[in-house]
Design a protein around this ligand. Sequence first.
Ligand SMILES: Cc1cc2nc3c(=O)[nH]c(=O)nc-3n(C[C@H](O)[C@H](O)[C@H](O)COP(=O)(O)O)c2cc1C
Length: 168
Amino acid sequence: MPETPTIEAGKTLIVYFSWSGNTRAVANIIQDLTGCDIVEIEVEEPYSSVYNEVTARARQELDNDIRPALVTRIENIDEYDTLIVGTPIWSSRLAPPVKSFLAKYNLTGKKIAPFCTHGGSGIAQSVNNIRSVCPNSEILQSLAISSSQAENSRSNVERWLRSIDLAE
Ligand SMILES: Cc1cc2nc3c(=O)[nH]c(=O)nc-3n(C[C@H](O)[C@H](O)[C@H](O)COP(=O)(O)O)c2cc1C
């Protein structure tokens, strides 16, 4: 008897940018819970580690829609049907490196599950920003984690993943 072919579920990629580690902490929890592939977005010209300097550059990039060049390249993006996209909230918006990433690929028809970490403003404009760069993607329910909760967000993350059918 031939084996019944199994329908392979589409693959999911976690992709995130993190300047001070909070978004990375949440991304790692998601990876731990799902076993998905994970990629950290890296810029060609790294951000300063000095808060005032990164704030100045962020504002300049955000206000002028500057999309910094990335080191990160994904060769096999077509293998993924869902992207879990993580960003810190910068001036109420999506961090520019994440915008660079999303704009670089044709994400038509893919699902995007946005998450952010923030210092109090919640998801703010970040999901709208994703929608405008990815008008032909399906944007799933988002998750906002406060920076102080990033390391302890496992149960919130798990609940969110279940609600969007990315965890059992
Ligand atoms: C340049 C910059 C701008 C920020 N703007 C906001 C903001 O508008 N609203 C907010 O709630 N937090 C803001 N924050 C705080 C970060 O969103 C928060 O600390 C986040 O968890 C950082 O994630 P990361 O550690 O992955 O970089 C800002 C931080 C930086 C560095």
